[in-house]
Design a protein. Sequence first.
Length: 330
Amino acid sequence: MDLARFTRQLVDIESITGNERRVGDFLFTELQRMGFTVSRMPVEGDRQNIWAVWPENARPEIVLSTHMDTVPPFIPSSEDETRVYGRGSCDAKGIIAAQTAAALRLHAQGIHVGLLFVVGEERDSLGAHVANEHPQGAKFLINGEPTENRLALASKGTLRAEITARGKMAHSAYPELGESAIDKLLPALARLRAMPLPSDPEVGACTLNIGLIEGGRAPNVIPDYAHADLLYRLVGPSEELRKQIIAAAGKEVEVEFPLELKFLRFRKVDGLPTMVAAFTTDIPKLTNWGEPLLIGPGSIHVAHTEGEFIPKSELHEAVELYSQIARKLS
């Protein structure tokens, strides 16, 4: 397999979350052509996960998995001597290429691994959630995300918090007749920013990002509504942190937690370099697919950027690493 070419073919199919159908169709056709038995796993509308196995083993003990969707905007592929560029090149279409090549190599050695490529990882892990309702008896799930080909010892979890303030509209010339929702939201956010966060000696600190703030009607209207979306990167259980967030936010705002992906620790594999992933993955939604491991080519630091790329050398190295791990787990 020409890894760079296959990666570029995938990158050049726009698959921003919610629009994964075409890249799934491409993989369905290409994997069938390579000799896999391929099936579509319906998720939502025309969105489908792709599940591929070898005819000799329809229920493999080891599954290689990653996601087909990307963040916006679409950026077509290009390449030079050392890198493939474009949206999804490292997150995670280059990983799809490397996992497919590893499955081909392992098949030639008599080891039959499965391939699970899912939709929706960049938004809500919906594809992984649906896949978890249809486990195939695997003992190990090797999930691919950009870790620079280092095996993750842990991955931080995610806790989304939504802070909402409500007030009363009035003419800004007469503020005493209204009640500013923004004036309620800002002190709550200040308290949350000042709140101490937990830390783990091996994984590091829990972090907070205030990613979205919205509210108000116009400069001359006292705002009756204000809202903020916060994201915490977890380094442990969330129960106590949730209580602290509610207390710090105060009684003048409403607090909701619409999403949590749990903090996880993973097994070691002798001889492989390691890292800690500060990002989250589909793994917390794939609990029925066996014991998880996390490793993949590319750097998370260039994922989601205008200049996203994957080194060609890491693509080739990843094929060997996936093959090596699968042989050790077999």
